[in-house]
Design a protein around this ligand. Structure first.
Ligand code: SDX
Length: 427
């Protein structure tokens, strides 16, 4: 097969290079299209446009495949930890025991935040959404940690600070929203345990760390750790392309993730399931509304830009719901509604024809409810999980010789040239 495609335009024939990926996916390299033909491409939402060459995550939307650095997410969910998966994504390989131990020590050593940051938190209105607080406070980290001269050292310490402190910052916003004193990270607790303890420990009721809950949180974060060029990762890459500091680039990713069409869907799913429950549990109304083109309502947690089959993460999350609720002897009526809703949608022609299946957000909220996370912190949990992926993608873009300032073009459809009319001569 040719390694180019032909474009016939203006009486000429152009050869545009064809690039083939590891798994055989193909792309037309249009990096010289405008200089050679004067043409640009138009692709709202970039559904058909690759922004980069990446070696981090592979997804196959038709087969429901997801691999981090080549390792299937199912194996990582089964056998790895979030810390180890974060190391894999950022460094491109699994760590040795010594490297993982050093990584753990660094994450623990950098898990505190500057005491002055508490003042910032205390002055947010109590009803502030934790995603808005997190985006602001991650950006504020730059003010507390001035840049180091040595760029490599600066990047490494910034990566460690972000991974270590994001848990502390998330738990702090929750505690302060309750009017409680923040709980400090403990040196004797590992990454996930420390977060749970900072969230739920109180002086009158010490938090009881349960293995099943810790494992559920590890898997939840592993499943969210990266997802190639999704909206928030593309925001991190685009903002990072201006060579801004990593804190600011990550803050832009948090802002993008907040949207209900993206990471905010996990909160929207539980709000949707709760509304169905409060309306008598008749999920068929939600199905009917989702199919009504005149109704902007969408079945939250369903559909995906890339997956046109079951999201492999949703399959694992659904199984984890049953296991966790069983281990904690909990019964969540929202899980029953979710399963009935899924069953009805998967057998409905509209959803079948539109290739709409559960995505990672459909069951994830029920896992978080079982852990005790408040609904308005669900997307913060997604952000903590996605942080290693954002960092890995940002680092890859910074090291990519092809990467440059992101600046898309446009097709202009506005008014032709017209003159200014002084205000006393206007109609
Ligand atoms: C995440 O990109 C990633 O990788 C994201 C993510 C990650 O890990 O980073 O996987 C995380 O964001 C998961 C998605 C979470 N969002 C939701 O669950 C919100 C509900 N789903 C959608 O709004 C929608 O499915 C999107 C936004 C996720 C994807 O939509 P697309 O690819 O832009 O497709 P579209 O909006 O053009 O819809 C195509 C058709 C339309 O119908 P027609 O006008 O062609 O007749 O499918 C319909 C849509 O109306 N449709 C839905 C639907 N999703 C799409 N109809 C009802 N319910 C839905 N959920």
């Amino acid at each position: 097969m040719d390694d180019y495609v032909e474009l016939k335009y203006g009486g000429k024939t152009y050869h545009l290079p064809l690039i083939t990926g590891t798994e055989g996916e193909k792309a037309i390299d249009i990096s010289r299209l405008r200089s050679e033909t004067g043409l640009i491409t138009l692709d709202p939402g970039y559904a058909n446009t690759g922004s980069c060459i990446s070696r981090i995550t592979y997804m196959d939307g038709e087969k429901g495949i997801l691999r981090y650095r080549g390792i299937p997410v199912e194996q990582l969910a089964e056998r790895s930890t979030f810390k180890e998966t974060a190391y894999l994504l950022i460094n491109g390989r699994l760590p040795s025991l010594q490297e993982l131990t050093h990584f753990s020590v660094m994450l623990n050593d950098h898990s505190l935040v500057h005491e002055d940051m508490k003042i910032f938190y205390q002055h947010f209105p109590r009803a502030s959404h934790p995603m808005g607080i997190l985006s602001a406070m991650v950006n504020a980290l730059r003010s507390f940690y001035p840049a180091l001269e040595n760029l490599e050292e600066e990047i490494n310490i910034t990566v460690t600070r972000l991974l270590a402190k994001i848990r502390t910052m998330a738990a702090m916003s929750y505690k302060i929203s309750l009017g409680h004193t923040p709980v400090y990270p403990r040196p004797d607790l590992a990454y996930c345990e420390n977060f749970l303890n900072m969230m739920f420990h109180t002086p009158v009721r010490p938090y009881e760390i349960k293995e099943e809950v810790v494992r559920a949180l590890e898997v939840f974060w592993i499943l969210h750790a990266d997802h190639e060029q999704n909206c928030s990762t593309s925001a991190v890459r685009m903002v990072g392309s201006a060579r801004v500091n990593l804190y600011a680039a990550i803050s832009s990713g948090i802002a993008a993730l907040w949207g209900p069409l993206h990471g905010g869907a996990n909160q929207a799913v539980v709000e949707m399931l709760t509304a169905i429950k409060e309306d008598g549990g008749d999920y068929r109304k939600a199905i009917a509304r989702a199919k009504d083109r005149n109704d902007p309502f969408r079945l939250m947690g369903f559909g995906h830009r890339v997956y046109k089959t079951y999201d492999p993460r949703a399959r694992i999350m659904k199984k984890m719901c049953d296991q966790l609720l069983d281990a904690l002897n909990l019964d969540d009526p929202l899980l029953d509604i979710a399963k009935e809703l899924e069953e009805a949608a998967l057998n409905d022609d509209y959803f079948i024809e539109h290739n709409l299946y559960p995505n990672v957000d459909f069951y994830s909220g029920i896992v978080l409810r079982a852990i005790g996370i408040p609904t308005n912190m669900f997307t913060v949990m997604f952000a903590i999980g996605r942080l290693p992926g954002w960092i890995a993608q940002w680092k890859e873009s910074m090291d990519d010789p092809m990467w440059k300032l992101s600046r898309p073009r446009q097709i202009y459809m506005g008014p032709v040239e017209t003159d200014y009319i002084p205000i006393d001569q206007r109609g």
